[in-house]
Design a binder for this molecule. Structure first.
Ligand code: TRP
Length: 334
């Protein structure tokens, strides 16, 4: 069955533990798809260094944290190949070749990169490695001939750039060596922060982490932003743009109950604390088994490292094959 299956390449930068935004944006898809596809999940430590060059130890630490998050959430090493980006050298050779196929001007106009430059206050001091990370990401994806990339919607510009490189490469080297890919974006594409900001982000301090303990989780849910116009219980409240309801939509398995809560809230007479109590129950039930599994992996970093090493071996074999094809197409097969 898996022989003709789709190939997935996906991953995250290890700059902090993963949060519910990651889960909704891509982890859920990865867990669900791993049985019917050939899936590679990459811990993008090299990409993490493009904007954290001065914190190598932080990146190193988070490689293990993210690996534990992946395993805890249900990415199964017998179904998916988990690997560390920096250990797969063919990716960096591909990056160098692809650099010649992209103009500087094109890089400057990648909307996600543009936003990140502002968010990170880079100003004029953008590291060159950061500017070109979309090209390195194209190498990640194409090295595995991946056709499906489950990611959050902020990654769409990367997929677009990857496909431009694929088409450009295949055109000038006159071979169908590289494969175009499609992003897989979930229905609820983005989870707002607990403060109601549009996105959960580590630097914004508005995240619920997969690794949060029960107490931290309760506190975060209690402190969540809701409808600021909903002052008294009897007042009608807004459901749109109210993160408590967005989270319920994403995590509460009982859709009818959520609809009933929404209707009651909009009519008036339903207090925020009641809705938050429900959300807390739902999230505790969701995170409890993840937390338990995570604790087991955290206790055995050697076993986690071994899973990553084994996956890295498989990832290297696949990427090396593509590199041979690429070198041949480029008359570099000496
Ligand atoms: N850019 C992704 C992030 O910021 C990480 C990443 C690197 C990635 N290479 C990738 C995602 C390839 C999907 C495919 O989290």
């Amino acid at each position: 069955m898996k022989e003709r299956a789709k190939i997935i390449l996906t991953g995250d930068r290890p700059t902090g533990p993963l949060h519910l935004g990651h889960y909704v944006g891509s982890l859920k898809n990865r867990v669900e798809l791993q049985h019917s596809t050939v899936q590679y999940v990459m811990i993008a430590d090299v990409q993490a260094l493009t904007d954290h060059a001065e914190q190598p130890e932080m990146v190193r630490r988070n490689v293990l944290e993210v690996a534990c998050d992946y395993l805890a959430v249900g990415i199964d090493p017998s179904q998916s190949t988990l690997f560390i980006q920096s250990l797969v050298k063919p990716l960096f050779e591909l990056t160098i070749y692809y650099l010649n196929l992209v103009t500087w001007n094109r890089l400057k106009h990648n909307p996600t990169v543009k936003q990140e430059i502002i968010a990170k206050n880079f100003g004029e001091s953008v590291p060159a490695g950061f500017m070109i990370y979309p090209i390195s990401q194209a190498a990640d994806i194409t090295a595995f001939k991946a056709d499906l990339v489950p990611v959050g919607e902020d990654q769409l510009p990367m997929i677009e750039q990857t496909n431009e490189i694929v088409r450009h490469f295949n055109r000038i080297y006159k071979k169908d060596v590289l494969v175009e890919c499609k992003a897989l974006i979930p229905k609820i594409a983005r989870l707002p922060g607990t403060d109601g900001k549009p996105k959960m982000g580590k630097s914004l301090g508005n995240c619920i982490y997969l690794s949060d303990n029960a107490d931290t989780l309760s506190k975060k849910v209690k402190g969540m932003y809701t409808d600021p116009g909903h002052l008294r219980v009897e007042d009608p409240g807004k459901v749109e743009g109210n993160p408590v309801f967005t989270y319920l939509d994403a995590f509460d398995p009982d859709k009818e109950a959520v609809e009933a809560l929404k209707a009651h809230y909009q009519r008036g007479g339903l207090g925020d604390s009641v809705v938050k109590k429900r959300l807390n129950e739902v999230l505790q039930a969701f995170l409890e088994p993840i937390r338990t599994r995570r604790d087991e992996y955290v206790k055995d970093p050697g076993a986690v490292m071994q899973i990553l090493q084994q996956g890295t071996g498989r990832a290297n074999a696949a990427a090396h094959q593509t590199l041979l094809d690429v070198r041949k197409a480029m008359f570099l097969d000496y």
